[in-house]
Design a protein around this ligand. Structure first.
Ligand SMILES: [Zn+2]
Ligand SMILES: [Zn+2]
Length: 931
């Protein structure tokens, strides 16, 4: 069998279809992994990396004394499968294979993924031949040619990928741990540091600082408006920016008629067609269409996988000779681009445009297959069309412009106006993404006199440098050698998701600045692009087999040790600087009670808003636990309370904006205050004025204090406190009910637990006890199905029974035995015969009697008579002597209260039969035997 391993499931499917031609491909799902078979071939897809590199065991404890952050530099690593199902399927198939072809993407990352697959195969089949298919587009021609020209895996290329992986892990893990520990951050708050990430963040922070330190300069621009044949023309003073106001005013005053045309120059300008797309120029162009870098790449990859475009990760801007440009044009014929393609075919430029970068691995991004708007959907179509049009533009002639430059003299003050007219649109016909603005001047002749309609002196200010947009940042990263075409957009995505930067254009957050500043001050190697750039150069050398992986990793290790020398010497300062700078991140504004700052506090999974005046001021606002999302401060502020708004953010779900924490605190507690019968609007206002918002605050107050605050007498205050305690109890039970329902009834779409409990509450079911006695119809009304309702009722009854038995004094050990015997309700204990209870639970009958007595007293019922252990054992022997009575029958007789010969002899067979289910005739037999 010939096993073919592709990078992803979707490309596996497509490669199989293309290779099979007219033959039918059989798709089979094993586990959750699909395989595609035809002939004697099977194609299976990976999920990118299916193994990951991690440290050897023993390095998981961040606070270990021995395995310090620095120890991670020299820690050994292991490869662990991350996609176990795929790994085991590949190994299963490998055992049967007589040829394996690796058909992953063709670049460093793809080669490394290919090598990982290679190792998986080798581990179970050491002798099978393994080769490599390389292609730049998943199209019939490319795939066919790749499989006709199979080569070997490029181990040097894969080694470069492995080196990067190892170094990233080593730098990222050790520095992240060090910085997080220094700043006392753990869990979700860790401060990540990375080899490419940190210098990129530093650029954004530097730019922000430049903007903040920018001092704007005032300057003046002078222009005039004239006209010819009814067409207004604006001319600018040739001095350009006046930085001296006096000079500008003098030039303005000197600008007088007559305005004389002194010179007219006509020229022609060539407007070059754009060069082919590499990844960076593609991302920049896509960002003009409103797509973020990550989005543009995601869509491009999808288009590639489906054979619509060539491989989108490329640094090449020159079409290779092997690329069949005519063939690509032909595939685009017939669709919406038909007219444009025909035009390009007629007006083809001699050679296509070429950019500055040329590499051999992949061609520039170009269309590979025809598509329709309907098949792709809006965003994918937008990207596809951009790539098609760019391709057409690179084959189109340049555009040409005629330019006019006119100079004027206004009584000694020189002015100029320029115009441009598109002479031939060239590539602009097929690539409408960059605007060509024509400015056509009237025809002027030297010596001609014109009127001055207006003189305009404008005051302006120099502008600070702009913040980086995502696409601009990617360009700069490329210039600085930071990251690769495949990783740049991911690095930016990480900075956003780690909350180091926000917005587009990108702005650093407080944390982002704090971490960058601390690193800058104490170990600038991490924030300077130099180190990362050196590594990229070393990677190139590894690819060319001029340096070894171990050698480069060794050098990087040494460099990192030197970084740690500096970091460890200043651990306290680094931590202190970060903590001081980030405290502000959690500060919301003034405490309503004392005026100190309110701050968001995180304690494990719980979080709340506390006052920095604690312990003198105990004001605080509770927040939902961090499982609902981590509380952060956002830009908006409450006009009434001056507090920053709060939002809960959780990965993978939409944020929950709480808004002003105090407004929300007040709103959510007013209803509870209203549960107190004596509460009035006035009282609520008094309480709010004294910053008391919750029932529990009132319940916890001294009557004297409350009397002052609420403006009531001592008796009234006492009553309020009691009412508050009652309300608290009702609330406590409600919350218990809510938790109980949430535990038993599984969450489902469109059925929120809040809705269920609200409906129960409306029907008067406010606690678990009420629930245990509820009518199933009420539960149905609350949106719980029949099965769920009976389960919920049974669980509620069980819990109430258990509580009651505990209250009556039944010890926990015995309670368990009653439950195991299925006789754990108070009614069971009060009404079932003691011999039966004893036999069901294995508890001594005398102890059972004691328990029964406890429960009956608790419920105000009378206790049945005692049965001694001796009597029970004797009775049992008597019963077993009766012919026809066995162990099972004894148990059934116990249920009817019969436990010895005497009670059996006295029994009424009718009644015993109905309780025990023993046939009447048999009972008569037993009794007559005894008589
Ligand atoms: Zn306070
Ligand atoms: Zn507010």
């Amino acid at each position: 069998m010939h096993l073919i391993i592709a990078e992803k499931n979707i490309s596996a499917n497509r490669i199989a279809q293309l290779l099979a031609g007219n033959e039918k491909v059989k798709a089979v799902k094993e586990g959750s992994v699909s395989t595609y078979s035809f002939d004697n071939k099977t194609v299976v897809g990976l999920k990118g990396h299916v193994v990951e590199v991690d440290f050897e065991p023993g390095y998981t404890n961040w606070r270990s004394e021995i395995n310090t952050p620095r120890s991670l530099i020299d820690a050994g690593t292991v490869k662990k499968p991350t996609e176990k199902k795929i790994v085991s399927l590949i190994q299963k198939l490998s055992k049967k294979a007589d040829l394996v072809t690796i058909a992953t993407d063709y670049d460093t990352e793809g080669e490394l993924i290919g090598k990982e697959a290679y190792e998986l195969v080798r581990a179970v089949n050491p002798s099978v031949r393994i080769n490599r298919a390389r292609f730049s587009a998943i199209t019939p021609a490319e795939i066919r040619s790749a499989f006709e020209n199979l080569t070997d895996l490029d181990f040097a290329l894969a080694a470069a990928g492995e080196t990067r992986q190892a170094i990233d892990l080593m730098w990222g893990a050790s520095l992240t741990r060090f910085i997080s520990l220094a700043a006392r951050r753990g869990g979700r708050d860790i401060l990540s540091v990375g080899r490419v990430q940190s210098p990129t963040l530093a650029m954004i922070v530097d730019r922000e600082r430049e903007i903040e330190n920018f001092v704007p300069q005032t300057y003046w621009m002078l222009s005039l408006t004239t006209e010819k044949d009814g067409q207004p023309v604006e001319a600018r003073h040739t001095a350009g920016r006046f930085t001296d106001h006096e000079a500008a005013l003098a030039a303005e005053a000197g600008t007088k008629e007559p305005l004389v045309v002194t010179d007219v120059k006509e020229g022609q300008k060539n407007d070059r067609a754009p060069t082919p797309f590499d990844t960076t120029t593609f991302i920049v162009a896509a960002s003009r269409l409103g797509l973020s870098a990550a989005n543009a790449m995601r869509i491009a990859e999808d288009l590639y996988m489906n054979g619509y475009i060539s491989y989108p990760r490329t640094d090449n801007t020159v079409y290779p000779k092997s690329l069949d440009l005519n063939g690509v044009l032909e595939t685009l014929r017939g669709g919406v681009f038909d007219a444009d393609v025909a035009w390009v075919q007629q007006h083809r430029r001699e050679v296509p445009t070429r950019g500055k970068k040329e590499s051999t691995d992949h061609p520039p991004i170009h269309p590979a297959g025809a598509a329709t708007r309907e098949a792709l959907g809006q965003d994918r179509w937008k990207v596809y069309e951009l790539i098609v049009r760019r391709f057409l533009a690179t084959l189109s002639p340049d555009a040409t412009w005629t330019t006019t430059k006119c100079t004027f003299d206004a009584s000694g003050e020189p002015y100029t106006a320029t115009g441009g007219r598109l002479l031939s649109a060239g590539w602009r016909r097929v690539y409408p993404y960059s605007e060509a603005k024509e400015n056509i001047l009237p025809i002027f002749t030297p010596g001609e006199r014109l009127p001055i309609q207006k003189v305009n002196l404008e005051e302006k200010q120099t502008q600070p440098p702009a913040r980086y947009s995502q696409s601009r940042l990617i360009q700069v990263m490329e210039e600085l050698g930071l990251g690769t075409k495949s990783t740049r957009h991911e690095v930016i995505g990480k900075l956003v998701s780690r909350r180091y930067v926000e917005g587009n254009p990108l702005r650093p957050t407080l944390v982002g600045r704090a971490v960058t500043d601390a690193l800058d001050n104490h170990a600038d190697t991490i924030t300077e692009p130099e180190m990362t750039r050196t590594l990229e150069e070393h990677m190139q050398l590894i690819k060319q087999s001029q340096r070894s992986r171990d050698d480069v990793i060794g050098e990087s290790r040494e460099m990192l040790h030197r970084v740690f020398d500096k970091l460890e010497a200043h651990e306290k300062e680094i931590g202190g600087e970060i903590m001081e700078q980030t405290a502000e991140e959690h500060t919301l504004g003034p405490c309503p009670a004392c005026g100190h700052d309110l701050r968001i506090r995180h304690l494990g999974v719980s979080q709340f808003i506390g006052c920095t005046g604690y312990p003198e001021c105990r004001f605080n606002i509770s927040l939902p636990g961090s499982t609902w999302g981590r509380a952060i401060r956002i830009e908006e502020t409450c006009p009434e309370h001056g507090l920053s708004h709060v939002r809960l953010i959780r990965k993978g779900s939409p944020p929950w904006t709480i808004g002003c924490p105090l407004c929300s605190h007040i709103a959510s507690n007013v209803e509870a205050l209203r549960m107190m019968p004596s509460m009035t609007d006035d009282l609520v206002r008094h309480l709010h004025e004294h910053h008391r918002y919750t029932v529990s605050e009132i319940a916890g107050m001294q009557p004297g204090d409350l009397a002052v605050i609420a403006g009531v007498d001592a008796e009234g205050a006492g009553r309020l406190i009691r009412e508050a305690e009652d309300a608290l109890e009702v609330l406590r039970r409600r919350s218990e009910l809510r938790k109980f329902v949430r535990k038993i009834v599984p969450p489902r779409k469109g059925r929120s637990h809040a809705k269920i409990t609200r409906s129960l509450l409306e029907q008067g079911i406010g606690d678990i006890h009420a629930l245990s006695r509820a009518d199933p119809a009420a539960l149905k009304k609350a949106g719980i199905g029949e099965a769920g309702a009976s389960e919920l009722l049974a669980a509620a009854r069980g819990l109430c029974n258990e509580r009651l038995l505990r209250e009556a004094g039944i010890p926990a050990v015995s309670l368990k035995k009653y439950q195991a015997g299925g006789v754990a309700s108070p009614d069971d204990l009060c009404y079932l015969p003691i011999p039966y209870l004893s036999s069901k639970t294995g508890i001594n009958p005398e102890t059972v009697h004691k328990h029964v007595d406890m429960v009956c007293r608790h419920l105000g019922r009378s206790t049945p008579a005692k049965v001694s252990k001796v009597a029970l054992e004797r009775g049992r022997r008597e019963l077993l002597e009766v012919p026809g009575i066995g162990e099972a029958t004894v148990e059934r007789l116990y249920l009817a209260g019969i436990y010895d010969a005497a009670t059996l002899r006295e029994a009424d067979p009718e009644e015993v039969s109905s309780i025990s289910g023993i046939a009447k005739a048999r009972l008569y037999d037993y009794i007559s035997h005894l008589k």
